[in-house]
Design a protein around this ligand. Structure first.
Ligand code: HEC
Length: 129
């Protein structure tokens, strides 16, 4: 009996992960997009540059990375929020429109695909909960 349950769970997990994969961006393409961010952000280390490290940023509250001095705009924006796909998609398309007064001097990504791809890339640096 327990083997049947285990097999059913494995099948369900495979189904879920393949669905999730279909909706997500292309990690390799996202790595290329991240070149536009890497002047200001690390993602493979917790060290901050001009911008905060983006390691583990997915699921984190905006404006809370330890040791980084954010603008008041980012801290205020972050209250009660987390960086999920929806928040990041909006922010990366138009940083200064979404977080008025942010210090992130970046015009935004024009192509929706660049945004999904870079988010997929950022997720690879987010430890599983
Ligand atoms: C010119 C430098 C610069 C570039 C280029 C840049 N950023 Fe930023 N970014 C910043 C700064 C500075 C902040 C902190 C903003 C604040 O405090 O208002 C920030 C904040 C962020 C945050 C919020 C982090 C947190 O801990 O809440 C995310 C997410 C982010 N940037 C993603 C990106 C991505 C993805 C790219 C590339 C598509 C990018 N940034 C390009 C400088 C930059």
């Amino acid at each position: 009996m327990s083997r049947i349950i285990a097999a059913a769970c494995t099948a369900a997990a495979l189904l879920l992960s393949s669905n999730a994969f279909a909706q997500e961006g292309d990690v390799a393409a996202g790595e290329a997009v991240f070149k536009k961010c890497s002047a200001c952000h690390n993602v493979d280390s917790a060290k901050h540059k001009v911008g905060p490290s983006l390691q583990g940023v997915i699921g984190r509250q905006p404006g809370v990375a330890e040791g980084f001095k954010y603008s008041k705009a980012m801290v205020d924006f972050g209250a009660g929020k987390v960086w999920d796909d929806a928040q990041l998609t909006a922010y990366l398309a138009n940083p200064r429109g979404v977080v008025k007064g942010t210090r992130m001097a970046f015009a935004g990504l024009k192509e929706p695909k660049e945004i999904t791809d870079v988010i997929a890339y950022l997720k690879t640096f987010t430890p599983a909960p």
